[in-house]
Design a protein around this ligand. Structure first.
Ligand SMILES: [Zn+2]
Length: 199
């Protein structure tokens, strides 16, 4: 059974890092209704990333059934899709930029297209968008509720609507909270809080 979800373009990807390449592939995959994730990687003795195998986020062992909790993401169905990125030329800069050759080892999927909102991979990528992050940080500082932030993001008109779930905002809020506590000790945080209330 093969489904017509188009694979990414095979061939040369110039001047990019593996992270940017995977992001690029996922931009295409999002339109097609799937997402790609790292399967394994190979490094040289010097620690340079030489090769990365990628699979569909619905690849891997089928999820165990009957846990009784709500399913918030699409299930793994052992999808056979696979592609490989191989480093051609390394610029040896700190961002790991270089030229990569992408080959599609297995182009077909064994499932229908999935909505981006059902893919944790696609939601995480959308969450990294600077506009979204800025909005969430702004609301966090204002002390807004996560649910109202979600509503605001859904009303946004630059194509970022409705991909997120409440837990994505909660996670980001938790991260920001931890970050704030990481910079200031709990006592300092409390003092700053008290000072803010006075002004
Ligand atoms: Zn798949």
């Amino acid at each position: 059974m093969s489904m017509q979800l188009l694979p990414p373009r095979a061939g040369l990807y110039e001047y990019t890092s593996i992270d940017l390449l995977i992001k690029d592939i996922n931009k295409h995959a999002k339109d097609q209704g799937y997402a790609v994730t790292r399967k394994r990687s190979k490094r040289s003795k010097k620690g340079v990333l030489m090769k990365t195998w990628m699979r569909c986020d619905r690849g891997g062992e089928e999820d165990a059934k009957g846990h009784g909790h709500r399913i918030t993401s699409s299930k793994r169905v052992d999808c056979p899709f696979e592609c490989i990125a191989k480093l051609q030329f390394n610029l040896e800069d700190e961002n790991g930029l270089g030229d990569w050759i992408l080959t599609v080892e297995h182009a077909d999927h064994n499932h229908l297209s999935t909505k981006p909102s059902a893919s944790i991979v696609q939601r995480n990528i959308a969450m990294q968008d600077s506009v979204v992050l800025h909005e969430i940080q702004k609301e966090f500082r204002k002390g807004s509720k996560a649910s109202s932030v979600l509503k605001g993001l859904r009303m946004d008109e630059n194509g970022l609507d409705s991909i997120f779930k409440p837990r994505d905002i909660w996670n980001e809020f938790a991260r920001l909270r931890a970050e704030t506590l990481g910079v200031l000790t709990p006592t300092q945080a409390l003092m700053q809080n008290l000072t803010n209330q006075e002004t």
